[in-house]
Design a protein around this ligand. Structure first.
Ligand SMILES: *[C@@H]1O[C@H](CO)[C@@H](O)[C@H](O)[C@H]1NC(C)=O
Ligand SMILES: *[C@@H]1O[C@H](CO)[C@@H](O)[C@H](O)[C@H]1NC(C)=O
Ligand SMILES: *[C@@H]1O[C@H](CO)[C@@H](O)[C@H](O)[C@H]1NC(C)=O
Ligand SMILES: *[C@@H]1O[C@H](CO)[C@@H](O)[C@H](O)[C@H]1NC(C)=O
Ligand SMILES: *[C@@H]1O[C@H](CO)[C@@H](O)[C@H](O)[C@H]1NC(C)=O
Length: 372
């Protein structure tokens, strides 16, 4: 082959490569059990093309997409650092055009038995970074502290944080959330459940404050709390219930606990600042795998260290409920292409994307979008 042919072929190859994939939906999983529920399903095949992206987790180095690129799936790795690093790398990849992509965060979580039960699928308006606080070991706290956690820059639990980092609260597009909720609700009768899960719910049902923990898996609207530390037990759960309310000026009540969403959302917010992504196209879907505290009369370690991981229904239910959302967006694209208009504040606690947050001290940018 002479050099002319070589250069012709290589330029053809390059131009083919430079056609960027513009997914209509990108599913974000955090670890293999969440990812695998999207593989080998009748609705679509995200293993039709695998795209290597520099900077992804070495455990999950490829973005998986359908042949026509309309649906993609990516596994971030677990914990805040993996989530933020992976999503940031994706946003810098020239293989993708994500400006009109809907992001479906689809992971399992701990659940607050006051609000929902295991197997349920939830949609969050607020993601609250509850782990971002001062902490003193509970054995060394002053006698008047109900917990060892207190907001940064404060002198006791319950005080509004003085030092904000910007990742404390993210608010999602409420109209999109309601739409996702209604679509997922159509799959409610099909949600998976097991005798294992029913048995795990039983000890809660007797306690009136945990009435929501009884019954079958359902689709629920409620907020999510992020912490790298996988906590368990009534006292920490109540402390973080308080933090969730405090950080959002009483607007949010957490039902799910997880280790990534605030990190993922911060990476997406950075992308939104440069119009790489649209922050009003994010759906935070978390299904409940385990209770975040033990039932009355049981020690705090029971749930954490007890037998049988019960996450089969929760991972399956991400797919059962989530597929309805993915299919509605992909097949109804003419209604989704221009976006689902948000009528609430959408963004972070600093007001970086413009507008006035309905929580926190107010916009740091005078209500305008930050200049980047
Ligand atoms: C692309 O593929 C998906 C499923 O693989 C399908 O639902 C969709 O109709 C196809 N076409 C477009 C334009 O997205
Ligand atoms: C994509 O990767 C998966 C494994 O992660 C593999 O099963 C599948 O065959 C790959 N697809 C292609 C087109 O190579
Ligand atoms: C839930 O999924 C498990 C594992 O696939 C299956 O054995 C069981 O029959 C399913 N239950 C329901 C109610 O769909
Ligand atoms: C949560 O807040 C309430 C009301 O301020 C307080 O009574 C309770 O002690 C707090 N709980 C924890 C664990 O911080
Ligand atoms: C939220 O609460 C804090 C502390 O009370 C207060 O300083 C702030 O102005 C409140 N923000 C809004 C938007 O109400």
């Amino acid at each position: 082959m002479n050099w002319l042919l070589v250069s012709l072929f290589s330029s053809l190859f390059l131009s083919a490569r430079s056609v960027r994939i513009a997914p209509r939906v990108l599913i974000l999983s955090m670890f293999s059990p969440e990812a695998s529920v999207w593989y080998n399903i009748p609705e679509f095949n995200v293993l039709a093309q695998n795209i290597s992206v520099p900077g992804l987790s070495p455990l999950f180095p490829e973005v998986h997409c359908t042949k026509n690129g309309s649906i993609c799936q990516l596994t971030t790795g677990e914990g805040e650092i993996n989530a933020a690093s992976t999503v940031a790398a994706l946003l810098h990849s020239s293989a993708f055009d994500l400006r009109t992509t809907y992001f479906l965060i689809a992971g399992i979580a701990g659940v607050n038995p006051k609000v929902a039960t295991i197997g349920s699928v939830t949609f969050a308006r607020y993601a609250v970074h509850v782990g971002l606080q001062f902490e003193i070991d509970a054995r060394e706290i002053p006698a008047n502290f109900p917990t060892g956690y207190f907001p940064q820059g404060t002198t006791a639990p319950g005080q509004y944080p003085i030092h904000l980092y910007g990742t404390e609260v993210f608010e999602m597009n409420e109209n999109l959330r309601q739409l996702a909720f209604r679509l997922a609700k159509t799959a409610e009768p099909q949600l998976n459940d097991t005798t294992d899960c029913r048995a795990a719910r039983a000890p809660y049902s007797a306690a009136p404050q945990f009435a929501a923990a009884g019954g079958s898996p359902s689709v629920v609207l409620c907020d999510t709390a992020t912490s790298d530390t996988f906590w368990s037990g009534t006292l920490l759960a109540e402390a973080f219930e308080n933090t969730t309310k405090l950080f959002t000026n009483q607007s949010a009540e957490y039902c799910t606990t997880q280790q990534e969403d605030s990190a993922t959302l911060n990476a997406l917010l950075r992308g939104a600042l440069t119009k790489t992504v649209d922050f009003s196209r994010i759906i935070v879907m978390r299904s409940a795998a385990n209770f975040d505290r033990s039932p009355p009369g049981e020690s705090a370690v029971t749930i954490l260290l007890g037998p049988a991981p019960r996450f089969v229904p929760s991972v399956l239910n991400l797919y059962i409920a989530g597929a309805k959302i993915v299919q509605a967006i992909v097949s109804g694209w003419k209604d989704f292409e221009g976006g689902v208009k948000a009528t609430n504040y959408v963004g972070d606690i600093f007001g970086s994307l413009g507008g006035q947050p309905d929580f926190g001290p107010g916009s740091m940018f005078g209500g305008k979008a930050a200049k980047v």
